[in-house]
Design a protein around this ligand. Structure first.
Ligand SMILES: *Cc1c(COP(=O)(O)O)cnc(C)c1O
Length: 393
């Protein structure tokens, strides 16, 4: 059966497995930095791209290539480019698409390092950027300038769970010859496939859902067409943002259970979100699966499920957040998401503690905001843990 015809779950199991000469069920780790040529002519053909041979692992490697092909199939794009980390993917995209004098528009609550790389480093080379709430398309319209080249969207955004309309972004960007890039990390291709809505480039920090076991840092770019793929791939190779074969092997192992991991964690998340919404110490809950979410309908349209990320506000603010953190026993006090274990964090005292109160307000990091990345444990245990810790607040 052709891979392209298979359902998503079948692709998870079969799209990464190129059978080797022994019929191995898994893709072997080709732990080799370089590959020998049969002859000078053979080498010439490989370098000219006339033959599909491997040259050097920074350029390509059989284990890494198996993963690149699989994720490209899952996202529905022309080709995948594996990177050392999610940030390796972000940096490769910026470096490839932007030059001096260009302008980028992005989501204000975008992943912290994605903003730092732009505002602290690319700004040194004359690249301008504007950060806005992209869940309101009018804000994007107003931010477009003659030199805008890239619209870089994260949806849902972190940790505020705002949902941006990908289709509307693409339509607007096309009118102005702007390339649309979507950071799909909070969904993975199981819940959302931005290329199907016309986006040009999608990236995932595979550290999160795609690998899913909190044991790898890795990234992947998928490009809609050959032209973008070729440009991005060359940038990755030359900048040295490449993946390692052992990393690729672990992600190939993790991705097989992507669907069942997300399904289970998502069921848990729905129950936890509802429980928190009726909890007397909680001011509000933001979860795309709740009718109270401001973009509930949009999330239902563009995502195949509401995901596993919840944020909520504690009524008694900053100290309540710290007390909750210090009393949870099952949930792990940690950043990251998309793994099998439940993680919890309080942005105001943890990830965003360096920001002033005003800067936090501007980024919607309220004093009592708590983020939970729901895992696949028994939901009763997660709820009992949250309840006993909330009782201390
Ligand atoms: C974690 C994350 C990144 C960065 O990925 P790394 O693998 O940590 O480099 C980028 N975007 C989002 C939305 C993330 O959650």
């Amino acid at each position: 059966m052709a891979l392209e015809k298979m359902g998503f779950n079948s692709k998870l199991i079969h799209a990464g497995a190129d059978k080797d000469q022994f019929g191995s069920a898994t893709v072997p780790i080709y732990q080799s930095s370089t590959f020998g040529f049969k002859s000078a002519d053979d080498a010439a053909k490989c370098f000219l791209g006339e033959k599909d041979g491997f040259i050097y692992t920074r350029v390509s490697n059989p284990t890494i290539q198996a993963l690149e092909r699989q994720i490209a199939i899952l996202e529905g794009g022309f080709g995948g480019i594996a990177t050392s980390s999610g940030m390796g993917a972000v940096s490769t995209i910026y470096m490839s698409l932007l030059k001096q004098g260009d302008h980028m528009i992005s989501t204000s609550a975008v992943y912290g390092s994605s903003r730092v790389v732009m505002e602290s480093y690319f700004s040194k080379f004359g690249v301008e950027s504007t950060y806005i709430t992209t869940s309101n398309i009018e804000n994007i319209k107003k931010a477009i300038k003659p030199n805008t080249k890239v619209l870089y969207i994260e949806t849902p955004s972190n940790p505020t769970m705002e949902v941006t309309d990908i289709e509307a972004c693409v339509a607007l960007a096309r009118e102005h010859n702007i390339i649309t890039v979507i950071d799909n990390t909070f969904c993975s291709p199981y819940l959302q496939r931005p290329l199907e809505y016309g986006a040009d480039i999608v990236l995932n920090s595979m550290t999160k859902f795609i690998n899913g076991h909190a044991d790898v840092v890795a990234g992947m770019i998928v490009a809609r067409n050959e032209e973008l793929y070729t440009a991005l791939h060359a940038t990755m190779i030359n900048m040295g943002c490449n993946m390692d074969p052992h990393q690729a092997y672990l992600v190939l192992r993790g991705v097989k259970t992507l669907a069942i991991r997300i399904e289970r964690a998502q069921q848990n998340a729905m129950k936890i979100a509802k429980h928190l919404e009726s909890h007397p110490k909680v001011e509000w809950v933001k979860y795309p699966g709740l009718k109270s979410h401001p973009q509930y309908e949009l999330a239902k349209k563009q995502m195949s499920g509401p995901g596993t990320m919840i944020c909520f506000e504690l009524k008694s603010g900053f100290n309540a957040g710290k007390t909750l953190m210090n009393n949870v026993k099952l949930a792990m006090l940690a950043v990251s998401l998309g793994g099998i274990e439940t993680l919890i964090q309080h942005p105001a005292s943890m990830t965003h503690s360096n920001l002033s109160v005003e800067a936090k307000e501007k980024a919607n990091i309220t004093q009592g905001l708590v983020r939970i990345a729901v895992g696949i444990e028994d939901v009763e245990d997660i709820i009992a843990d949250l309840d006993q810790a909330l009782a201390m607040v």
